[in-house]
Design a protein around this ligand. Sequence first.
Ligand code: GCB
Length: 610
Amino acid sequence: MKKYSFLILSVLSIQVMFAQNKLIQNAYSRKGITLNGKWNYLVDVYETGYYNYRWEPYDESENPGSGAFFLNKKPENRMVLIEYDFDAAPTLRVPGDWNSQKEKLFYYEGTLWYKKSFDIPEYQPDKRYYLHFGAVNYRADVYLNGKKLGTHKGGFTPFNFEITHLVKANDNYVVVRVDNKRAADEVPTLNTDWWNYGGITRDVTIYELSQTFIEDYSLQLDKENKTQLNGYLRLNGNEKAHSKVEVSIPELKLKQEFITDADGYVKFQLQEKNIDYWSDKNPKRYRVEFAAGDDTIVDQIGFRQIKTDGADMLLNGEKIFLKGISIHEENVMRGGRAYSMEDAKILLGWAKELGCNFVRLAHYPHNENMVRLADEMGMLVWEEIPVYWTIQWDNPETYKKAAQQLTELVSRDKNRPSVIIWSVANETPRSNDRLNFLTQLVQTTREMDNTRLISAALEDHGKKEDENVMVVEDEFARMVDVLSFNQYYGWYGGDVENIKNIRWEIDLNKPVIISEFGAGALQGFHGDSLTRWSEEFQDLLYRETLPVLARIPQLRGITPWILADFRSPRRMLIPYQEGWNRKGLISETGNRKKAFYTLQRFYKELKIKE
Ligand code: GCB
């Protein structure tokens, strides 16, 4: 029994366990000073700047001494010995992974220190300041002006620290120790099928805030009542209690005032009959203004409902089929992790060209530009956390890490109408520990957000009695709203010529999404359609698979694997792979493979059963 005591952790207790401050909602729209640009870096394979020669962390010592990199020391005169100098060190671009920027760092997994000096030209002593990171992979120890702000783990979610007490108008320096070593008890674990890009991979910004400011809010259409918006707002600061806040949507002529409770929190509802609902066909967003004291924040929010009815998926009450594609967060054309709006435009632009109305952002939270652009384009989104393959299911610490990443993701994207599915895992092996772990994650997700659907990419397999009959035998399938599974018949086992004879037996009356299928092909390599790695093989697999999937009565979406080739250290076959997973429909040079057009045609001709 004891073993599962971690399962009763509430969302709240997860949040207080971490040193960083609560995430500021919609930080993007606030006045920010960017710290993007060139940062000096030191590659620290032996952790020399973090541990002293007795292997004690410098930052835990009262008297760290000059070897501690976070102090960014300079020799006061020519006799002083200091064995590092950030200002003499080379630079890396932030945001950006280090692997794709320096050839020597291509395979590097370990510790690397970053340093950036900065001023705040319009510094105002009566304001508050927050240092915000879009993401750092994987562990970040953050220091400002020689003081530790905290540690964050998790390579794909944002975090922030209040720095009001430490920051000055001039001569500030921020030092970040980044460590991307993989570890068995982390999330993800040691083994993945993607590149472990290290570094400060997303924007770094200092946000200027009022003494009392709007820290968090949510505004969403009620799940049942299409004329009701449910919201909450939370203030941070001395004036947060019993304070007046105002919410308005000028286009709807809605304006209402509310009073916060003693904790600066208020839950509210707005009634409105004339909402133009957000959808893939009508990505209507409203300008929403939240005001409290001298703080105002503006967001662009679309209102929509997503729910299931038996096997149907209903968007604003109408049946919808998810014409999707899976995407990794990589800009293959530039090389490296994607992070910018330009990158998002390429990836979602390709998805649009394919005819998609849905993307699966695999296998971890992608940068915020992706969901913001998806909101604008009317692209529905599946978001996922990297609970992938063989997580330590019986380790309470690992659970906390997964729950933290989920919490940070939901917190970041809860106001984005494009996001309709939270996925808690991918291809995880069945066991009781795993069932408990995932069930608790689902519960945590529902506590935070009961308006979206929950899923996870599960696995199928052939029945013993009849290998042509595929089933998903997984207790966890009962816990999710949408039954999703990956299937690789014809690539990993199964004969591509036999695809036409297979069928799925699914008893659950829930929408089904085939979250992956695919085959590897080297763009430009041609052969007959039974030759592995040829574009023709991949194309055949798509042509055979699509009609067979379409026969699953509950099928309501597919997200084939995958939009573009992506880097993976597991893929070593020369000359076809050379470090790339070749299941992309688009090559790393941006060229479409044959199967791209097959899927495009399928989506174009697809009729939704009414
Ligand atoms: C899967 C995984 C995905 C892999 C893919 C493959 O099932 O979910 O991460 O990249 O198969 O290509 O093998």
